[in-house]
Design a protein around this ligand. Structure first.
Ligand code: DOR
Ligand code: ZN
Length: 424
C-alpha cells in the first residue's frame, strides 16, 4: 500500500525541516520526501493547509490493562492515542499484576499489536511495585522494556534505589521516577498552599517533589545512571534539573499540559476532576514550567494519561483517585498554551512531543527521514474547537479541560503507513 501525502507543511524537528513537501510511503515506510512527487499506484491524501509531523511519542501513559479494565483497556487507550496523534507510547507498569516480569510485557504487547499503536511497556523497578525487591532488569530488557519505573508509587528506600540505578546503568536502561516523598504527601489531594488552606485539607508540598528530585540527581551523579524525572511540576524542581544538567549529570525530565495550563485554583472550580499527582501548583510554578520548556531544561511533553471511572471521580476530593486523561487533548493544549501564545516556536513544541522523547529512550521514532517508519500526524494548527469529553474514545472522561476552547486539531494519524485515525 502506497500513500502520497500531498501539499502539507512538513515539520520534522530532528532534521530541521519546515517546508511544503510531499511524502510518499510504501509498505509502512517513508520512501521519499520531496516537492512535486507523483506515484501512479499511490492513494493520494490531500494535506494542503495541514502540518505533517512525526507521529507523537508519549512516554508516560497509563493503559490500565491488565487489572483495571473498567478504567481503560489497551484497545481503548490506543484508540485514544490515535485520536490524539500519538503513534508511540510508553505504558506505565502500575497495572494488576504490575508489569514486573516478561509475561506481563508480552501480554500488553500482544493486546497492543492489533491497534496499530507502537506500545512499549515500561518495566517495574520493584516486584509488585512494593518497593522491597528489585525486579529482574535483564529479563525485562530482553522482553523489550525501554525503561524502568515504579511510577505512581514513589521509591523510598534509598539503598534499593541506588542499587536499582547501578543495575539500570549496567544495562543501559533509563530509570523514570515519580518524584514525591511518600511520607510527606500521603494520600493528600491538593497542593499544600492557599487552596489546601481554603479547603482545610492537608496538602502535598512542593518540597516533597523537590527533595526527591534532588535525591535522584545526587544518586544519578553517584552511580552514573540515567534518571528521568516524571511529570515535573514545581519551579524549584525545574531549577534543580537545570543545575544538574549544567554539571553534566545524566538527568532529563518531562512535564504535562496540565502543569503549564492550570493552577491549584482549578481544584476550587472542579474538585476531584482537577486532582492529579503531583498536584496542580501555583501560577509561579506554571510560569517556571513554561520557562523550563523554553530553555531546554524540560525535555518532553507527556500526558500522564490516567483514566479513572466516572464513579471513582465522583467521590469527594479527599477520596477520589488522582489523575486525568490526556491523550486526546495533548497536542491541542500544547499548541494552545505554548505555540499560539508565542512562547515556543512550532518546531520546538513538536520536538518536545516527538524527536526528543524518542531520543531519550533510544527509539528509532519521532522523525520523518526516508527509510523510517511512516508514523505521522496531520493536523490543522489553527482550527479552533471545544474539548468535549463525551466525544472521547478513551473510557476515561476525567478531564479538567472539558468545555475549553483550544486551537489545533488532529485530522489524520498514520502508523506504519496505515491510517489509524481520521477526523469525522
Ligand atoms: O495522578 C496520577 N495518576 N499520578 C500518578 O503518578 C499515577 C496516576 C495513576 O496511575 O492514576
Ligand atoms: Zn507519576
Amino acid at each position: 500500500m502506497q500513500f502520497l501525502i500531498r501539499g502539507g507543511r512538513v515539520v520534522d524537528p530532528a532534521h530541521g525541516i519546515d517546508d511544503k513537501l510531499d511524502i510518499l510511503t510504501d509498505g509502512g515506510k517513508i520512501v521519499r520526501l520531496g516537492k512535486g512527487l507523483t506515484a501512479d499506484a499511490a492513494q493520494v491524501l490531500d494535506a494542503s493547509g495541514l502540518i505533517a509531523a512525526p507521529g507523537l511519542v508519549d512516554m508516560h501513559v497509563h493503559l490500565r490493562e491488565p487489572g483495571f479494565e473498567a478504567k481503560e483497556t489497551v484497545a481503548t487507550g490506543c484508540a485514544a492515542a490515535a485520536r490524539g496523534g500519538v503513534t508511540t507510547l510508553v505504558a506505565m507498569p502500575n497495572t494488576r499484576p504490575a508489569t514486573d516480569c516478561p509475561d506481563i510485557v508480552k501480554l500488553v504487547c500482544g493486546k497492543a499489536a492489533p491497534t496499530g499503536i507502537n506500545v512499549l511497556p515500561a518495566g517495574a523497578v520493584t516486584v509488585g511495585q512494593k518497593g522491597q525487591q528489585l525486579t529482574d532488569f535483564a529479563a525485562l530488557k530482553t522482553a523489550g522494556v525501554p525503561a524502568l519505573t515504579d511510577d505512581g508509587v514513589p521509591i523510598q528506600n534509598l539503598a534499593l534505589l541506588r542499587r536499582a540505578m547501578q543495575e539500570a546503568k549496567a544495562l543501559g536502561l533509563p530509570l523514570l521516577d515519580h518524584c514525591e516523598d511518600r511520607d510527606m504527601v500521603q494520600n493528600y489531594a491538593v497542593n499544600e498552599g492557599e487552596v489546601s488552606k481554603r479547603l482545610d485539607l492537608p496538602g502535598r508540598p512542593a518540597i516533597a517533589e523537590e527533595l526527591q528530585i534532588m535525591r535522584d540527581v545526587m544518586l544519578a551523579e553517584d552511580t552514573g545512571a540515567y534518571v528521568h524525572v516524571c511529570h515535573i511540576s514545581t519551579a524549584k524542581g525545574v531549577d534543580i534539573v537545570r543545575q544538574a544538567k549544567a554539571r553534566g549529570v545524566h538527568v532529563t525530565c518531562e512535564t504535562c499540559p496540565q502543569y503549564f495550563t492550570l493552577t491549584e485554583e482549578e481544584v476550587l472550580r472542579q474538585g476531584a476532576m482537577a486532582r492529579v499527582n503531583p498536584p496542580l501548583r501555583t501560577q509561579a510554578d506554571l510560569e517556571a514550567i513554561r520557562a523550563g520548556l523554553a530553555d531546554g531544561t524540560i525535555d518532553a511533553i507527556v500526558t500522564d494519561h490516567a483514566p479513572h471511572t466516572a464513579e471513582e471521580k465522583a467521590k469527594l476530593l479527599p477520596d477520589a483517585p488522582s489523575g486525568m486523561v490526556g491523550l486526546e487533548t495533548s497536542l491541542a493544549l500544547a499548541l494552545t498554551g505554548l505555540y499560539h501564545t508565542g512562547l515556543l516556536p512550532l518546531r520546538r513544541v513538536l520536538a518536545l512531543m516527538t524527536a526528543s522523547p524518542a531520543a531519550l529512550l533510544g527509539l528509532d521514532k519521532g522523525t520523518l527521514g526516508e527509510g523510517r517508519d511512516a508514523d505521522l500526524v496531520l493536523f490543522d494548527p489553527d482550527r479552533e474547537w471545544v474539548i468535549d469529553k463525551e466525544q472521547f474514545v478513551s473510557k476515561g472522561r476525567n478531564t479538567p479541560f472539558h468545555g475549553r476552547t483550544v486551537r489545533g486539531k488532529v485530522k489524520y494519524t498514520i502508523s506504519r503507513g496505515m491510517i489509524i485515525y481520521q477526523e469525522g
